[in-house]
Design a protein around this ligand. Structure first.
Ligand SMILES: [Ca+2]
Length: 494
């Protein structure tokens, strides 16, 4: 009898733990794939005629193609800080790119903010970031101290794609030109890191990151969240010769290399998707794909040879308050949870990634409020309309924008003054209606001012001027010490 009871208890315990496991497995995995400086029109599914992206196109075809998807800032660091916290980065004043220094205790994503990785880790997720961080390099800003169990990549805002270029020496010469070590990409030629150690880097960077991501998703036993933050196709324009050859029909040399970089990223995404399929995790993994901002060098009209990215139908590119700056390709793919093959035209923000994953994964909702929306009810028809009635932008020093489904009011260039567009009839911002619509202008200005009440002023300088000042501080200090030492009487012993 005792033995029977014992066996029965064991059986019940087994059943209970199996049920718990099943319950745990029901939680979806998350894969957030971020491209860097990708032009809106440079994917097959967004209309590119000359760049092949079959893997990304398949995600769009079988998922939700978000046609009004936006990031919160038109360039790297601030856009990433909005995505990763799920809060407008203007709330904590992070409107610029920060310096990348291991010794700078102040330049980084403020510790008062929480990443969505940390919120998910608190709910039992294994969390990883592979690729570009760009949110502070000092110990307390390191991804391992911001909610990520695993990190493989680089802390700087950019990185060389070839291992042969890696050096620890600064300043250094790149293509015969001296690259000053106060550049925004300080660290862009340093070795890669795995967690807080130097890591191996033996092949084309995009491939190395993709293979590591494939391994991460295959091996993770718990539900996972992987933030795969490619630096592709951000400069330096570097790609394997064989892949560049595939695009020999493209006349513009810079675009040829840029196309090969996007091609390599698409192939890499293919590797990760294969790994998900082979490990049986594909159906229950929510995949997001987007770019952190618009295409670089897409609107330098007077320097046509330098233009290499394509913003599709939109005006301008990276850095602009017009659509090309922050209206990005945006895909959400989840076979187990959303109806496939749909286009969604409500206003969607990169802020929604944190809100959606935290809602689905049961992540922590303590601390500062998330400002995005859980998108799934909108995709499944449980909620109607647009997830956001307004989207807001603010950069340093003083560019701004607000968009509603109907209109967009912005300042992109102080000498040109503000611009107002009818986004229902003129989504490509070709006809400025500011002079005709003072009522709309006032209405949008009031909304923006109201939003801005809760923002903090920016307390940082852009990376380059900041690092120049930092170096000058050390040089001045050194010179003072040399001067002082010269005045010291010589020590004499008896
Ligand atoms: Ca970028």
């Amino acid at each position: 009898m005792t033995s029977y009871l014992f066996r029965k208890t064991l059986f019940l315990l087994f059943l209970f733990s199996s049920l718990l496991q099943l319950k745990a497995q029901e939680k979806p995995n998350f894969l957030v794939i971020l491209a860097d400086d990708l032009g809106y029109g440079d994917l097959g599914y967004t209309g590119s005629k000359d760049i092949k992206t079959p893997n990304i196109d398949t995600l769009a075809k079988n998922g939700v193609e978000v046609t009004n998807g936006y990031v919160t800032h038109p360039y790297c660091g601030p856009s990433r800080s909005g995505l990763i916290t799920g809060r407008y980065q203007a709330r904590f004043g992070m409107n610029i790119n920060l310096t990348n220094s291991f010794y700078d205790m102040h330049s980084g994503l403020p510790l008062t903010e929480q990443t969505f990785a940390k919120r998910l880790k608190g709910a039992g997720y294994t969390t990883g970031i592979i690729g570009k961080w760009h949110l502070g390099a000092a110990y307390h800003f390191h991804p391992n101290n911001r909610g990520f169990d695993y990190f493989y990549g680089f802390l700087s805002g950019g990185h060389t794609y070839f291992p042969k270029n890696v050096t620890t020496l600064t300043p250094l010469k790149v293509k015969g030109k001296e690259r000053p070590h106060y550049s925004a990409n300080e660290g862009g030629y340093w070795p890669l890191m795995r967690n807080d150690n130097a890591a191996e880097f033996n092949e084309y960077l995009t491939t190395a990151l993709s293979k590591d991501a494939a391994k991460f998703v295959s091996e993770s036993e718990k539900p996972f969240m992987l933030y795969l933050a490619y630096n592709a196709p951000h400069g330096p324009l570097e790609a394997p010769a064989n892949t560049i050859k595939k695009y020999s029909h493209i006349e513009n040399k810079r675009r040829r290399t840029y196309a090969a970089m996007i091609d390599e990223m698409d192939q890499g995404i293919g590797l990760v998707i294969d790994a998900l399929k082979k490990s049986g995790k594909f159906d229950n993994t929510v995949i997001f794909f987007l770019s952190d901002n618009g295409g670089a060098a897409s609107h330098l009209s007077k320097r046509v040879k330098r233009v290499y990215s394509d913003s599709g139908p939109f005006r301008d590119g990276k850095g602009s308050m017009r659509e090309g700056g922050s209206h990005v390709p945006f895909i959400v793919h989840w076979p187990a949870g959303i109806k496939k093959a749909q286009k969604f035209d409500g206003l969607v923000s990169a802020l929604d990634i944190a809100a959606t994953t935290v809602a689905l994964g049961g992540g922590l909702t303590n601390g500062k409020p998330l400002e995005g929306k859980n998108l799934i009810p909108y995709f499944n028809g449980e909620k109607n309309g647009t997830p956001h009635k307004e989207l807001y932008w603010k950069t340093e020093p003083g560019k701004w924008a607000i968009r509603t489904p109907e209109a967009k009011y912005l300042l992109n260039n102080k000498s040109l003054g503000p611009e107002l567009y009818d986004m229902e009839n003129d989504p490509y911002e070709s006809n400025d209606i500011l002079k005709k619509s003072s009522k709309k202008r006032k209405e949008l200005a009031a909304l923006w001012n109201d939003w801005n009440k809760d923002n903090q002023p920016c307390i940082w300088l852009q990376a380059d001027p900041y690092q120049k000042q930092r170096l000058k501080f050390y040089e001045d200090l050194h010179n003072k010490l040399v001067e002082k030492a010269a005045k010291k009487p010589k020590m004499v012993i008896q």
